[in-house]
Ligand binder design. Structure first.
Ligand code: HEC
Length: 111
């Protein structure tokens, strides 16, 4: 009997943590931290002039209609670009954590 109670509690605990993580809204990134992370991007990207470095300026990125790829400027598409890299841009898929990417995106939105 005791075992069964423990078993049921275990299932409840697992169940509620699953629903918690599913129910949690994606956290908004932290732009201040993102700015620090962006230091490694600023080698190739200007943010305060429109001038191109290795890569295009990211000034006002989220105020633009489209990315160079023709996709709409959304958090999702920008993140996909950061993950994939290509054409001279390194892939950040494994170089940055998801949190760092969210922070960088929050920073890019302030530009
Ligand atoms: C070694 C240079 C380099 C570094 C470092 C770099 N990028 Fe890039 N990035 C590029 C180049 C080159 C392109 C253009 C790629 C293309 O034309 O397809 C680009 C494109 C982009 C774009 C798409 C811009 C558009 O208008 O479509 C975004 C967003 C971006 N980079 C963000 C970042 C972020 C964020 C970082 C840091 C985590 C970063 N980049 C680091 C070179 C770099």
């Amino acid at each position: 009997m005791k075992l069964r109670v423990v078993g049921i509690l275990g299932i409840l605990a697992v169940g509620s943590s699953v629903s918690l993580s599913l129910g949690a809204k994606p956290k908004a990134g932290d732009a201040a931290k993102g700015k620090e992370t962006f230091e490694q991007c600023s080698v190739c990207h200007n943010v305060d002039t429109d001038e191109r470095k290795m890569g295009p300026s990211l000034k006002g990125l989220f105020k633009r209609e489209k990315l160079a790829s023709g996709k709409k400027v959304t958090e999702e598409n920008v993140k996909a670009t950061i993950n994939a890299g290509g054409n001279g841009m390194p892939s950040y898929q494994d170089m940055l954590s998801d949190e760092e990417k969210d922070n960088v995106i929050a920073y890019l939105k302030t530009l």
